[in-house]
Design a protein around this ligand. Sequence first.
Ligand SMILES: C[S@@+](CC[C@H](N)C(=O)[O-])C[C@H]1O[C@@H](n2cnc3c(N)ncnc32)[C@H](O)[C@@H]1O
Length: 362
Amino acid sequence: MWSLLEELNVKRGSSVIDPFCGTGTTLLACRDKSYNSIGFDILPLSVLVSNTKLQTGYDMRQLKEKIRELTSSKFDKKKRRWPELKFFNVEKAYSRYAYSDILFYRDKIMEEEDEKTRNFLFLGLLSIVVGCGNIKKDGGVLKIMKRKHIPPVKVLLKNRLKRMYGDLENKKTIPGAEAEAMLGDARGLPVDDNSFHACITSPPYLNWVDYTKVYAIELSLLLDSGSELRRLRKETMRSHVGSRRRKKKLPESTKLSEIMDSLWENPDPKKKPEVVVDYFTDLGESLKTIHNSLVDGGGAALVISNTCMSSLTIDSDLITAELSENIGFSVERILVSNVRWCDVGGIKKERPVRESIVVLKR
Ligand SMILES: C[S@@+](CC[C@H](N)C(=O)[O-])C[C@H]1O[C@@H](n2cnc3c(N)ncnc32)[C@H](O)[C@@H]1O
């Protein structure tokens, strides 16, 4: 992140936007270097996690006491139920005790009146919920995986909160820059034109991963119902089959047209070509939002992964570069940040696939 800020030649006091802020990496890195920043994400979970990681000015003695109070509270006998997820059986994923302990702690934390403390404690709980169940995040899906010797929720929570408290104690003084995450859709953000000096972001990859499924356990502790989760799924960028189909024009790109011709002719049975069309339509709209939000001469760095299909590789980095040029960006560089090997048709490591950083200038 810090190298990217240098790459984009961002001057002190400038402001940076991240339209897909996830858990706030860009925002934290910017603040560490005294740049103001603002992030957006479609998921309330990402916004909460980012803002909690950005919180400062704790009363450390009070926080320590609250951690002690929470982790020594006596369990009650109240019956609590997890919102129904439909695609994943939460009851099967936890022991009877873990299931009710997590919900007990969630309710206890929500009773906390001080927002900063409540967020801190809730982030602690969120970060252990997968670890205290028989759950495995496998690529884009949640799986039930029997695990032996899972410590009690109480122990895991206590240790995690202690560690987070230690992190806060060791954090050096935070520079005075402003940073905040907000709910928003990158395809149309409520920001003024020409108001940011740089954009550093990582849009969802075209990998058929649905964030509302991967983070369903954590999201369902935050949302009141499974139907709220299903509504959010439809709003996410269309990199998977669960999002809402919207009739929009595919942005013009020679590379993309060639790929689409080939995919319609020879479709991948598991990865529908419609998703590819929708993905690049959404990416095109997000690029326009980014372009409008930047000042003339402002820079953008987009972390993008290419996609392995059975018959071909979709070079999303090159397509992004072409789409960006078509809307008025100039492409400064494409940095290769990683190479993954993908398995195709039973052949292990059949093909290398790039993860790149597309560096643009308005
Ligand atoms: C690759 S992740 C970003 C990771 C981030 N760089 C980090 O450090 O955590 C992509 C993010 O885009 C969000 N997202 C999906 N659709 C979106 C949309 N339409 N508008 C804004 N954010 C969206 C997802 O919730 C996810 O957090």
